[in-house]
Design a protein. Structure first.
Lengths: 304, 262
């Protein structure tokens, strides 16, 4: 139990005739950051709800922090902090009041709550905003408060549903930095995201979902090596069909997404030679990223 | 299914207090406006109908019309305060504001939340009923000695109507549906329950219907005492109000589970 924080075994869930989670299994080790990646509608949020006992699976077994869920989900939730996809702070309350009210839901006494509030405010960089009403905070501050609120019960496990969606880059980086701090202090994090950069930066391991099925699992680097394994050349500005037939013999694989060509080329120089002299093309060569893996697995328009 | 049931029921006898305290904190910030809103309506009825209509009506059941009406307004004030708290404020916390969602992420159950909301709505009903009772006693329409007897009935009345409204909001897809409850249930109840005129004035069939009205049961407990004599069938009326408080609570908790925890 001690080194497995979450275990899903062959979990299936449908709403009506729509299958949203399809025979899914994964395990998350204590102290790990595990990402659930997938396009909208892949079942990420449903999985997060199932871990909390708010949605019951049709079949399969879920264990969270050593406790069967949903059977004993109330006990599991005592050790979980949740950052939901949409902030649901009490807007008419101050920052401090939000923390106090939330602590009470965990059965904490006012004294216990007052003892942890200063460190949570410091963690969220909201010391100077303690008595400001939440309605007056920026989006990034609200998100940080939601994160601090999720820590009030000193949880072992954090479940985050798209923690940085809708934030500007500065606010996002600050959240990432705070999450790394939490990981360093030994918390287990499960996060759903469709931000590849977020997954790549934070996750030890991740699982790519499509229509409720797991289509890949591993560390970001392992997934990149396994599914891409070479540099990527992006070409925009030409006729995709024409360019494809031109460079096809020199690359491992080509994918077309809108007006952009993604070429997976073990020998990029060959491709450059073919394109030399063509005006109006913009060519970008870069190392492969998780986004390439994601798009590859969940489908750009494929061209083999 | 057992664990599903556990999610819909209160986990223990005190978890609901955290929800009540959340609502109390929110209310404290707007207490003045809220009190004014809760009290204005029944007071306007009391003095508008009581003094105006009272001139024409003369005495009702041995009391001045305004004294007769005062007891009706105490119960009605409790009914409207807890009904409106539930169908508007609780509904928005349940559906729009994410308040319930946030609480469901903690160790509280749905049953804890519903119980906390009911207790809060009953508290607001208690405040409204208390204020009207005090005004009535101060102006001499009710005996001061009746106050400690009336107030628990007011709280129970608030609980019963909050519980009923909880079923309505568990089923309603949007705010638009509440108008049906208001116009088809709450407003007719005012006239069926002896709040503004004696039930004896109604045709026989309506009188029998009135016996089932929670408001009528409440008024039958409150009015005799406020007018200085003993109430009849006390156990029966209290039992009826308790049924209205308890049964819809369980029904609403089951409905909320179906709605929120699919």
């Amino acid at each position: 139990m001690s080194n497995v924080a979450v275990d899903l075994n062959d979990v299936t869930k449908s709403f009506g005739s729509k299958l949203v989670v399809n025979g899914l299994s994964f395990a998350v080790g204590t102290g790990e950051c595990f990402g659930l990646l997938g396009p909208n509608g892949a079942g990420k949020s449903t999985i997060a709800r199932m871990l909390l006992g708010m949605t019951r699976p049709d079949s399969g077994k879920i264990t969270v922090l050593g406790v069967p869920v949903p059977a004993r989900s109330r006990l599991a939730r005592k050790g979980i902090g949740v950052v939901p996809q949409f902030d649901n702070l009490d807007l008419e309350f101050t920052v401090r009041e939000n923390l106090v009210v939330f602590g009470r839901y965990f059965g904490m006494s006012t004294r216990e709550i007052q003892r942890v509030v200063p460190s949570l405010l410091e963690f969220a960089r909201l010391e100077s905003k303690a008595d400001a009403r939440v309605g007056q905070l920026s989006g990034g501050m609200k998100r940080r408060l939601t994160l601090a609120r999720a820590l009030i019960n000193d949880p072992q496990l954090l479940i985050m549903d798209e923690p940085t969606t809708g934030l500007d880059p500065h606010a996002r980086h600050l959240i990432w930095e705070r999450l790394r701090f939490l990981l360093a202090s030994g918390k287990t994090i499960i996060l759903t995201t469709h931000f590849m950069e977020e997954a790549e930066r934070l996750c030890d391991r991740l699982c790519v979902l499509e229509r409720g099925r797991k289509i890949a699992e591993g560390s970001p680097h392992a997934l990149i090596d396994e599914h891409i394994g070479c540099n990527v050349i992006e070409i925009f500005g030409g006729n995709p069909q024409e360019l494809t037939s031109l460079i096809k013999p020199y690359v491992q694989r080509i994918e077309v997404s809108g007006e952009t060509l993604f070429c997976y080329a073990p020998d990029p120089e060959q491709v450059r030679v073919q394109l030399r002299g063509r005006a109006g093309l913009r060519i970008l060569e870069r190392p492969p990223s998780l986004e390439d893996v994601f798009l590859r697995l969940t489908g750009r328009e494929m061209e083999k | 299914m057992r664990e599903g049931l556990a999610a819909a029921l209160p986990a223990n006898a005190w978890n609901w207090i955290a929800v009540w305290r959340r609502n109390y904190l929110a209310w404290k910030k707007v207490a003045f406006a809220s009190l004014l809103g809760t009290l204005a309506d029944p007071m306007i009825y009391l003095f508008g109908l009581g003094t105006g209509l009272g001139l024409m009506v003369g005495r009702v059941e041995g009391a001045s019309y305004i004294a007769f009406l005062a007891a009706g307004m105490v119960a009605t004030g409790a009914m409207t305060a807890s009904t409106f708290e539930t169908i508007y404020a609780v509904f928005s916390r349940m559906r729009d504001l994410g308040t319930w969602e946030a609480i469901l992420h903690t160790q509280l159950t749905l049953g804890d939340i519903v119980l906390g909301e009911l207790a809060w709505a009953a508290t607001k009903a208690f405040l409204a009923g208390t204020a009207i009772t005090i005004v009535a006693a101060t102006l001499g329409y009710a005996a001061w000695t009746s106050v400690p007897y009336v107030l628990p009935v007011v709280a129970l009345t608030g609980f019963a109507f909050a519980s009923l409204a909880m079923v309505v909001i568990a089923l309603a897809p949007s705010y638009h549906y509440f108008i049906f409850y208001q116009t088809l249930v709450i407003t007719p109840m005012l006239f069926l329950s002896g709040a503004v005129f004696p039930v004896g004035q109604l045709p026989g069939a309506f009188q029998r219907l009135a016996a089932f009205s929670p408001l009528a049961n409440s008024i039958d407990l409150i009015r005799p005492v406020m007018l200085g004599h003993a109430a009849d069938n006390v156990g029966l009326h209290i039992g009826a109000l308790c049924m209205y408080a308890v049964l819809p609570f369980f029904l609403s908790a089951a409905l909320f589970r179906r709605r929120l925890m699919r």
